[in-house]
Design a protein around this ligand. Structure first.
Ligand code: MCA
Ligand code: AMP
Length: 496
């Protein structure tokens, strides 16, 4: 359900079949890109694509046109679907031209249909069969399902291709490990162009026959829904828990009591996508009585490590491997290290993605002896619990749960006529986990350019979370004897 109403499972299936039929221009295996805000219509389009045999390429509603065009040029979809209410849609339609065979928009009725709220949205409570005889054929495990764009050590994002088999493995593992049932109701406030929102929150709910409620995400409305007595599951990134703690601390005593009492009744609250600060875990426990279940995952592997549903949820640790997932710590040569020692985390299992779209070299480099190299450093503690100790590359930044390549941001800003050179880093930040900051060398005569102008320029080209919050001018970048920019020194300059 979303703000405009709800569908039961029969209605969702019927909407998905409607989309399958509208996507007639696509052949099985084609990529189909869609720019639709999180909500019922988004879900219907996604399932319509799968019913057609297509590969779903979700576009981020917060992205400006150049980011969307990059994905279109890389994924080369045969059909693009967009919500006409979004500001990017007219530009996207114009940009489609030679890029896709068809451009479809959501009809208004598909965005706002309101249906009665009974019977409850549950697959076993369907009202009428959807289009008899037109039910979709189930996909094969090896069929590609989803192309999620993710930043890496290379400058531009790569499309991680996830198969239906990968998705099935991810979902069945999580629904079992986290005890999902048809009586669950998740409050979903995450974006739907990343695994966290698409698989952990949405797909697990639908697989279980549970209710998925899309909410607006502002801290006070999130608290009100959490306290409503109707929600059983919530998952989010540490930035959101930090904001919820802050909203609670600023609320009047009566509101605090209501929020705390209501939230205590949830069955499960999960944190992931970035390291959960221990003070937030502790504060959340004081406020709601819940010890957040922290887990570790990645676009390429789904969820790999998780604290348990029952048993010890250890602060500062992300738990042991989930059932069906193998994880290990290796040294620089790929040799497993002794228990307790630090090294790179490698993961293997049916959840692990198939390839980077159109990048065989990068796919090959991401694996060693069949293990996926995460690029994260960790160690294994008591009871096989993993601890994340940081990333191998300083150029990968995690801000608000989003992964950003500092190199991509630098490359974008180097194209600005006033910028002679630039270096971007992530610095530790209480709300964002890491915050993007930059030092830049102005071109001659451009010394007076305001940071606000650089930010506005960046926002027209990059996703909002890729635009540094702080720009500081320097006469030159710190470089080593080889001429390489010293990122650690840049970070040191920008920490204060
Ligand atoms: C928004 N802004 C950001 C970010 N998000 N800046 C830095 N980092 C960000 N993550 C900018 C906005 O453009 C805006 O800029 C300003 O911050 C404040 O915007 P605000 O409205 O407060 O932000 P928001 O829209 O509320 O977003 C905050 C958020 C969001 C809800 C924390 O970032 C978010 O949804 N993060 C979750 C990302 C996620 O799902 N990651 C999963 C990928 P200005 O002030 O200039 O206008 S990881 C994954 O999938 C793996 C598998 C895993 O392990 O989960
Ligand atoms: P993404 O590629 O956007 O899916 O982000 C995956 C990355 O997020 C991982 O490689 C980690 O660096 C980080 N990450 C996810 N969960 C956690 C966690 N619980 N603690 C620390 N880092 C995490």
């Amino acid at each position: 359900m979303d703000e405009s109403g709800h569908w039961n499972y029969a209605e969702l299936l019927s909407e998905a079949i409607h989309w399958r039929d509208r996507l007639a221009a696509a052949e099985p295996g084609d990529r189909i890109a869609y720019l639709v805000p999180p909500g019922r219509a988004h879900v219907a389009v996604q399932f319509g694509i799968w019913a057609r045999g297509g590969i779903a390429v979700p576009l981020a509603v917060s992205h400006p046109l150049p980011e969307l065009e990059y994905v279109l040029d890389d994924a080369r979809p045969s059909v693009i679907v967009a919500d006409p209410a979004l500001p990017q849609t007219p530009h996207l339609a114009a940009a489609t031209g030679a890029r896709a065979a068809a451009f479809l928009t959501l009809p208004p009725s598909r965005r706002t249909t309101t249906v009665p709220t009974t019977p409850p949205p549950h697959p076993h409570h369907t009202t009428s069969p959807p289009h008899p005889g037109t039910a979709p054929t189930p996909p094969h495990h090896t069929d590609p399902a989803l192309l999620i764009y993710t930043s890496g050590t290379t400058a531009r994002p790569k499309g991680a291709l996830v198969t239906h088999g990968n998705l099935t493995a991810q979902i069945t593992t999580l629904t079992t490990a986290w005890g999902w049932t048809a009586s669950d109701r998740i409050l979903h406030t995450l974006p739907l162009h990343h695994i966290h929102g698409v698989v952990n929150a949405l797909a697990c709910a639908l697989w279980s026959g549970a209710t998925c409620e899309f909410g607006p995400g502002a801290p006070t409305s999130t608290w009100d829904r959490l306290a409503s007595g109707e929600i059983t599951v919530f998952m989010s990134v540490p930035t959101v828990y930090t904001r919820l703690v802050r909203a609670w601390e600023h609320a009047p005593a009566r509101t605090r009591n209501r929020w705390s009492r209501g939230a205590a009744d949830l069955r499960l609250m999960v944190s992931g996508s970035a390291a959960l600060p221990i003070d937030i875990l502790e504060r959340w426990r004081e406020i709601t009585g819940h010890t957040l279940l922290e887990r570790y995952g990645m676009t390429e592997i789904g969820m790999a490590l998780s604290n348990p549903l029952s048993g010890e949820r250890r602060a500062g640790y992300v738990g042991p491997p989930l059932p069906g997932v193998e994880a290990r710590i290796v040294d620089g040569e790929g040799r497993p290290v002794a228990r307790g020692e630090q090294g790179e985390i490698e993961v293997r299992g049916p959840q692990v993605f198939r390839e980077y779209w159109g990048r065989p070299g990068e796919t090959a480099a991401a694996f060693r002896d069949g293990w996926f190299r995460t690029g994260d450093e960790g160690c294994v503690g008591e009871g096989g619990y993993f601890r994340i100790l940081g990333r191998r590359s300083i150029d990968i930044v995690k801000t608000g749960g989003y992964k950003v390549s500092a190199l991509e941001v630098e490359e974008a800003f180097r194209a600005h006529p006033a910028v002679d050179d630039v270096a971007v880093v992530g610095v530790p930040h209480s709300e964002w986990g890491e915050q993007l900051r930059a030092v830049w060398v102005p071109s001659t005569g451009c010394e007076g350019l305001e940071a606000a102008e650089l930010r506005a320029w960046g926002k027209a080209r990059l996703a909002p979370y890729k635009v540094p919050r702080l720009f500081r001018t320097v006469p030159e970048l710190p470089r080593n004897a080889m001429g390489k920019v010293q990122k650690a020194a840049v970070r040191h300059m920008l920490v204060r």
